[in-house]
Design a protein around this ligand. Structure first.
Ligand code: SF4
Length: 75
């Protein structure tokens, strides 16, 4: 198995080393490491922080077009 879709992020169980960084950097606590898997129990606001800080490119937003830069308005 490799990429697994959650609600707004997809996670790669092969690339992921379970370092917990994505869980720690999420500003709304949308992610959790449970039973050795990254799951998305919270409400993701598509900040892109997990994707940006994952050292192993193991998590990304499913809909990247919604990632906003500083100063850009929310849709
Ligand atoms: S930051 Fe990347 S490697 Fe670390 S737990 Fe999250 S998905 Fe896995």
């Amino acid at each position: 198995m490799a990429w697994i879709n959650r609600v707004k992020v997809r996670w790669n169980d092969v690339l992921c080393k379970r370092c917990h960084i994505c869980v720690d950097v999420c500003p709304v606590n949308a992610l959790a490491l449970v039973k050795n898997e990254i799951i998305e129990p919270g409400k993701c606001v598509e900040s892109g922080m997990c994707e940006r800080y994952c050292p192993d490119i193991a998590i990304e937003l499913i809909n990247r077009s919604k990632v906003r830069g500083p100063g850009e308005k929310q849709e």
